[in-house]
Design a binder for this molecule. Sequence first.
Ligand code: SF4
Length: 475
Amino acid sequence: MDNMQANGNALESAKQQEIIEELSKQYALEEEKTGKKKTYHIVTFGCQMNSRDSEKISGILKQIGYEETDSEDADFILYNTCTVRENANNKVYGHLGYVGKLKEKNPDMLIAICGCMMQEPQAVERIKEKYKFVDIIFGTHNIFKLAELLRTRLLSDRVVIDLWKDTDMIVEDLPSDRKYSFKAGVNIMYGCNNFCSYCIVPYVRGRERSRNPEDIIAEIKDLASDGVVEVMLLGQNVNSYGKNLEKPMTFAMLLREIEKIDGIERIRFMTSHPKDLSQELIDVMKDSKKICKHLHLPLQSGSTRLLKIMNRRYTKEGYLDLVDRIRTAIPDISLTTDIIVGFPGETEEDFQETLDVVEKACYESAFTFLYSKRTGTPAAAMENQVEESVAKERFDRLLKLVKKCSAKAAGKDQNTVQKVLVEEINTQNPNLLTGRLSNNLLVHFKGDESLIGKIVDVYLEESKGFYYMGKLMEQ
Ligand code: SF4
């Protein structure tokens, strides 16, 4: 990002701040008249990137003068959409059907939609045609413009649609309403240049652009001074961080800088792409006191032939060598992955290669997916789509093996004392607290809710497979 761009972004940030200010005065007057605040509700679909965008949207709406409500029957309702799977869109249409009825009773209600689904022209056409009551439509590239779009809607009384094909803008310093007080997601980059042949993300999230390290460091320092002890660094492919910066910086170098920030005790990151995961990063993770012992390393397939057709740009051998180097350098690392079964053209031999990698990598856990055709991706147009029954049968075999491997890894920390970040009161049993280990596994134990947000020592009494039951140690 050069100075010109940086100035442009700063000007845009100031402009949006001004509009937020202007609207907040307007809303304050209205509140005086009506005696009540306008309410808003956000429905977020999809990944952690979307959750982070929703925190920014919530921050802007709160500064304008809205208050959050947990019902869709609000004065302002926003759907932050996902489109990674074909059926993700159907969920949104379902919500619109319901909220359309609410708007008949409350015509002043405003309905907005943003996120990845809105980057698909056919989805926008369908909404314009079938859901004419929608007031504001925007995408993934201009979340920061919400206040301006809202003002335009209020002034013009017509549907506001503002969709960008792509952008090189990164607008900083806008309000954000974080879900947790003790942990926070921090975007380090946006977009993806990898174009894996089954994935829609590069078409809806645009080209890779990294935030300036100074802005990331400043944000994390602010978070630490607010009491945040754990940060999750977010990007579609964090390993290619820094390539578009005027002064290129590697992800490993960025991690070293974040490690120096007082108050931050834990650093997590996702998502990694095996083709860009450097030895430098492995060394930084090995020497770090703060980077958590968990790495999510999507495999997708164990067949080098299929990985080529998926455009993943690594081989089975390269991936296993990487796993080897990671496990040697960080023996107590927890490795998790994503695997697709039934990708077009997948043969039994290809699938055996996947099973072989799972056996050798012995993941602590794995997200396994049946391939789902995604219109707009190269794979969707491929001839030899795998029969559903064949894919399903393979999926069941894979699941069995994944469970066998994770059972082997489960419980290895039983009867040890581990550091746990206390996250919440257990949702099943209010007498228990739930916390998270560095390797991302959960622990449930007795303790006072005043410990939420703290890192405490817990004795892991019993492994229950994907979680532990524990006992709080004297603090
Ligand atoms: S790395 Fe591949 S799978 Fe991940 S977001 Fe980019 S294109 Fe999609």
